[in-house]
Write a new protein. Structure first.
Length: 157
């Protein structure tokens, strides 16, 4: 068993003291739940079994498109409650933003309005995508990894 420290830097956008709600999980066990207000650091330690598979998930939940998106007269978005995954450190090692967060992280969308766009143009609005660390619709970003963590990291650099 190894104890791993996770430090996740998020940046939230909101207004009128309302910010995106977020839950961070490891294998469906909640590690943190709160609102992402401006620059928010989520830090926790967890014991992980050796030779096991894990999934880090960061979820944007309880989004209300009617309240969380402001559009101008032509329908363009001028304000959007959202948050961005700026960095993830595991045991003080920053995961490479492009090679790991962008390439291996997957975002799964469950937002009703996003699903409607997907029906109109599935190529432009895939329900699961890589290359995205901005959660601006109700969705979950996830990264799968194995233990021992350092072996996984070396294999995925």
């Amino acid at each position: 068993m190894e104890q791993i420290n996770f430090k996740i830097q998020l940046h939230g956008t909101g207004w009128d003291d309302v910010y995106p709600e977020c839950v961070v999980y490891i294998n469906d066990q909640i590690q943190w739940h709160g609102n992402v207000i401006n620059n928010t650091t989520v830090e926790f330690d967890i014991d992980l079994e050796d030779d096991s598979k894990y999934e880090l998930k960061i979820q944007y939940l309880n989004r209300n498109t009617e309240l969380d998106v402001v559009r101008d007269d032509t329908g363009n978005i001028v304000k959007n409650r959202q948050f961005e995954i700026e960095s993830i450190h595991i045991d003080d090692i920053e995961l490479d933003h492009y090679n790991i967060l962008f390439t291996q992280g997957e975002t799964s969308f469950v937002d009703y309005h996003y699903a409607q766009l997907h029906k109109q143009d599935p190529d432009a609005y895939p329900l699961v995508q890589t290359g995205n660390t901005v959660l601006g619709a109700e969705c979950t970003w996830s990264l799968k990894f194995t233990t021992p963590f350092y072996i996984w990291l070396l294999e995925n650099l």
